[in-house]
Design a protein around this ligand. Structure first.
Ligand code: ATP
Ligand SMILES: Nc1ccn([C@@H]2O[C@H](COP(=O)(O)O)[C@@H](O)[C@H]2O)c(=O)n1
Length: 207
């Protein structure tokens, strides 16, 4: 199944909860875009330079570890995960994610993972796993999302809201609900409420 949605709509928290209830892993595609961005920044590669970025990424392959409590990204023995949710990465990641070559690099890694799993991101239901048996798309107002996200960032809520709106604008080309997705406004719901809503509409597995 797939869970897509706008920035900070609750995708990874919800995917983790749903996956745990189902006893399967979840995979956070955004982490791979974030890792590509962070590694490009570190190496001084211009973020819009797909060829230079991919040469750099292919020389040091990444591994996405689909832990139920939170995915982690490794490069060899180095765990990059805790560096990937900074405001600097937030600000650069949409440039990297707009590159078709980087999208193909991420999609290949996701499609190589052993099923079943819950995939979360922007285009999981539309592009990467169009055959998924259940698809969800999470939304909430920018203000609600900023109030939640500002608990996790040093910036104030207005600055967080402006950054979320800008990231949504830049991501709009690859972030849309699949025609067969259930769209859920998480604004009035608790995290547990969103997870429960999804579990209730999941189709029963057929024999
Ligand atoms: N329904 C909800 N009610 C209250 N808080 C929520 C809800 N959903 C998510 N949150 C909180 O909002 C914050 C953002 O959630 P999360 O990181 O899961 O979003 P995301 O869509 O994966 O974000 P990003 O797009 O930046 O990766 C977290 O602090 C999470 O606990
Ligand atoms: N399927 C996806 C997932 C992510 N992106 C890009 O990565 C950024 C970070 O993703 P988060 O889920 O961690 O917010 C996001 O802003 C997109 O630019 C994507 O393009 N496709």
């Amino acid at each position: 199944m797939t869970i897509d949605g706008v920035a900070a709509s609750g995708k990874s928290s919800v995917a983790s909860g749903v996956a745990r209830a189902l006893g399967i892993p979840y995979v956070s595609s955004g982490l791979l875009y974030r890792a590509a961005t962070q590694l490009g920044r570190e190496a001084g590669v211009r973020l819009g330079d797909a060829a230079a970025l991919l040469t750099h990424l292919r020389a040091r392959p990444l591994r996405l570890e689909a832990l139920p409590e939170g995915n982690r990204v490794w490069q060899g023995e180095r765990d990059l995960t805790d560096e990937l949710h900074s405001s600097q990465v937030d600000a650069g990641v949409s440039v990297v994610a707009a590159l078709p070559e980087v999208r193909a690099w991420v999609d290949d890694q996701l499609r190589a993972l052993p099923a079943p799993f819950v995939a979360e991101g922007r285009d999981m239901g539309t592009n990467v796993f169009p055959q998924a048996r259940a698809k969800f798309y999470l939304t909430a107002s920018a203000r609600v999302r900023a109030e939640r996200r500002s608990q996790e960032r040093p910036e104030d809520v207005d600055a967080v809201e402006a950054a979320l709106i800008e990231r949504d604008r830049r991501d709009a080309g690859q972030s849309a609900p699949a025609p067969d997705a259930h769209v859920i406004d998480t604004g009035p719901l608790t995290l547990e409420g969103v997870i429960e809503t999804i579990l209730q509409v999941l189709p029963t597995p057929t024999a």
